[in-house]
Design a protein around this ligand. Sequence first.
Ligand code: 4NP
Length: 156
Amino acid sequence: MSKIAVLFVCLGNICRSPLAEAAFRLEAERLGLAVDVDSAGTGGWHQGEPPDPRAQAVARRNGVDIGGYRARRVRGDDFDRFTHIVAMDGENLANLERLRPPGAQAELSLMLDHAGRAGEPVEDPYYGGDDGFDVTWADVRAAARGLAQALRHGGA
Ligand code: 4NP
């Protein structure tokens, strides 16, 4: 079996998906899971930028430095490089389904499916206050735990 590789996807790749990436890296490390991990956006406005300062701050408050992450857009070859692509909300999932090249193997899912909250979005905190980023962190942390545990047991 090829190595598990997980890509987390939101709209801008500066708020939710970098936090999902960080939370999943933490959990994979804790479980000793060998995985490749990255994040990307379906939109390209913030390409090359570091995460939003509010996302960096909530990560820092939870012991993780994401200041070195840089935003990028989803590419066609992501559907071959990654075994699992996890969207933060239904709109991003629909865009991924449209972008998926015919025959690509990556398994698509919604982030909160992995937290027992099937169909729910990780709400976009970009236009709200700082509190929203604490909610985002709690959501992605719960889902990252569920996903890492499922992958450790051979499913997802
Ligand atoms: P993200 O949040 O998708 O969680 O990274 C957003 C970041 C930027 C924009 C929208 C959402 N934007 O419109 O620029």
